[in-house]
Design a protein around this ligand. Structure first.
Ligand SMILES: Cc1cc2nc3c(=O)[nH]c(=O)nc-3n(C[C@H](O)[C@H](O)[C@H](O)COP(=O)(O)OP(=O)(O)OC[C@H]3O[C@@H](n4cnc5c(N)ncnc54)[C@H](O)[C@@H]3O)c2cc1C
Length: 484
């Protein structure tokens, strides 16, 4: 490898891909990022629907290498997050490393390197990093007549801003985080809005104050204040462990969330919006403008049940009730198990990712796979850590990946987790899930058809420890040239 330049290719320029890019740049490693869209930001570029705010503290949704002292609110609106991501890209000079509007369609490991196919050409890399997102491919419900709707209709991740709010009857299908935030925003904007839900969600009614100039000034103070903030964040992240074990804290959380339902005065509406499963089993929608009050406005309606079909002018429920609509929004989520697909990824001995994941989607720590040397994933299977901010978990994943890359280069080898270490990791996960909120019997996108949810069932400190101390024996190093 010494006679040519070591090179990394990254797929995707969202938060993960940009974090990786800056890290590679700082390490002086040659790399290119391919981004299928025309701009950076991923989630924050694609999701521009009204009412979207970050669900963790704004300050926690920062790259550790570039603090932002200008967040307008405790939980920033999505537009600010996207602006921040674009600013980081500019400030760090990352744009020149990104090839926009060029999707990676396939990658094959051959002769010790990754042969990358893109929509426009090809590339070769020693290391291939998939930063393609875990909530990226919009999912539509399988409802008859969907194509027949005559008005504007779109997925929440493809909001059509040419459609005026006023004078329209809006329908929002979905009760997850997006559905809640959109319904709330449209209702407060005075639109006639009907939200179609199959199941009620637990909703976190929270305050979202504007930051004061005094707070913003304090953020710039070195020393004590910053340390105090970090200590507080660690506490917040650890408190999230209520999802992991039954006990006092979980009961307290359940009581608190049940009390939010007291905002609903009408018993029939309250009944409709009362969840029938344990708190935390699905990702909890955050409401900054009191969703429960919003849906009691005369212009807001909740329709619960199965949708039978969609007609040109509205939605027909299984019982025959028809709701006439002018605009239809699908807040129906994403395919959380797509990961880098539909890209074709082929590892050792011609094994494809589809074949590897046929029985079960798996990984070692969400970052690697046996038989796929020098392939890394950011936020791959089992990576989402409770409600821990994505940049924080990325910091830990990327730190580990960079150590592995350095070790492999030093040995003149490729690196992949061993089968034994991966099996050990999976069996540790399998044992950890019983007793967590995700095994409370509800359906959630983390699980779907998988034997366990594809997220991290341990406290965040164990995530940190896992990546900081990942034993080198968990990895197989194969001298370059002998692989394939
Ligand atoms: C509506 C919504 C709200 C969210 N809110 C929060 C929140 O409040 N807090 C939080 O921590 N997380 C939140 N998340 C999760 C969010 O996805 C992550 O925080 C983070 O943005 C993920 O970044 P990423 O770079 O891994 O993936 P993405 O942001 O999905 O970016 C992936 C990028 O890869 C590109 N790409 C994909 N495939 C290819 C290919 N084959 N070739 C080239 N490019 C490709 C995509 O175009 C995209 O730009 C939210 C997600 C959604 C959908």
């Amino acid at each position: 490898m010494a006679d040519r330049k070591f090179r990394v290719v990254v797929a995707g320029a969202g938060v993960s891909g940009l974090f990786m890019a800056e890290t590679l740049k700082q390490a002086g490693i040659d790399f290119t990022v391919y981004e299928k869209a025309g701009d950076v930001g991923g989630t924050w570029r694609d999701n521009t629907f009204p009412g979207l705010f970050v669900d963790v503290l704004s300050r926690q949704y920062e790259f550790p290498f570039q603090p932002n002292y200008h967040w307008s609110r405790k939980y920033a609106p999505a537009t600010e997050i996207w602006d921040y991501i674009r600013k980081v890209t500019r400030d760090r000079g990352l744009r020149k490393f990104i090839r926009f509007n060029e999707e990676i369609t396939g990658a094959r490991f051959s002769d010790g390197r990754w042969r990358i196919e893109t929509a426009k050409g090809s590339d070769v890399a020693d290391v291939f990093v998939c930063a393609t997102g875990f909530l990226h491919q919009p999912k539509f419900p399988d409802i008859p007549g969907r194509e027949s709707f005559s008005g504007p209709s779109f997925h929440s991740a493809r909001w059509d801003h040419s459609v005026p709010y006023e004078g329209k009857r809006w329908g929002v299908i979905g009760s997850g985080a997006s559905g809640v935030q959109i319904t709330e925003a449209l209702a407060w904007a005075g639109c006639d809005v009907t939200q179609f839900i199959r199941r009620a969600q637990w909703v976190h009614i929270r305050e979202n104050p504007y930051s004061t100039w005094r707070e913003r000034l304090k953020l710039r103070l070195p020393g004590g204040y910053q340390r105090e903030q970090r200590r507080l964040w660690d506490q917040i992240n650890e408190l999230d462990a209520w999802r992991l074990y039954p006990g006092e804290l979980r009961e307290k959380m359940e009581r608190e969330y049940a009390s939010f339902l007291d905002y609903i005065k009408d018993p029939e509406l309250r009944e409709k919006l009362t969840p029938d499963y344990n708190l935390g089993c699905t990702r909890i929608p955050k409401s900054d403008r009191n969703y429960y009050e919003a849906v009691q406005l005369p212009n807001a309606h909740i329709v619960k049940g199965q949708i039978d079909r969609i007609e040109p002018d509205g939605v027909v429920m299984a019982g025959g009730t028809k709701v006439e609509l002018d605009v239809l929004v699908y807040a129906t989520g994403f395919d959380p198990h797509a990961y880098m697909r539909p890209m074709n990824v082929t590892g050792l001995n011609g094994v494809t990712i589809d074949e590897a994941w046929k029985e079960r989607i798996y990984s070692y720590g969400g970052i690697g796979l046996p038989s796929f040397p020098n392939l890394f994933m950011l936020y791959g299977p089992f990576a989402p850590v409770n409600n821990v901010p994505v940049p924080l978990a990325l910091d830990q994943e990327i730190g580990c990946i960079m150590r592995l890359i350095a070790e492999a280069r030093a040995r003149g080898a490729t690196v992949a987790p061993t089968v034994a270490a991966t099996e050990k990791f999976l069996s540790r996960l399998d044992k950890a899930f019983p007793g967590t909120v995700w095994t409370g019997g509800c359906k959630n996108w983390y699980t779907s058809t998988q034997p366990t949810p594809v997220l991290w069932p341990f406290p965040q400190r164990e995530h940190k420890a896992f990546f900081a101390d990942a034993p080198i024996e968990d990895f197989e190093f194969t001298p370059t040239g002998q692989a394939d």
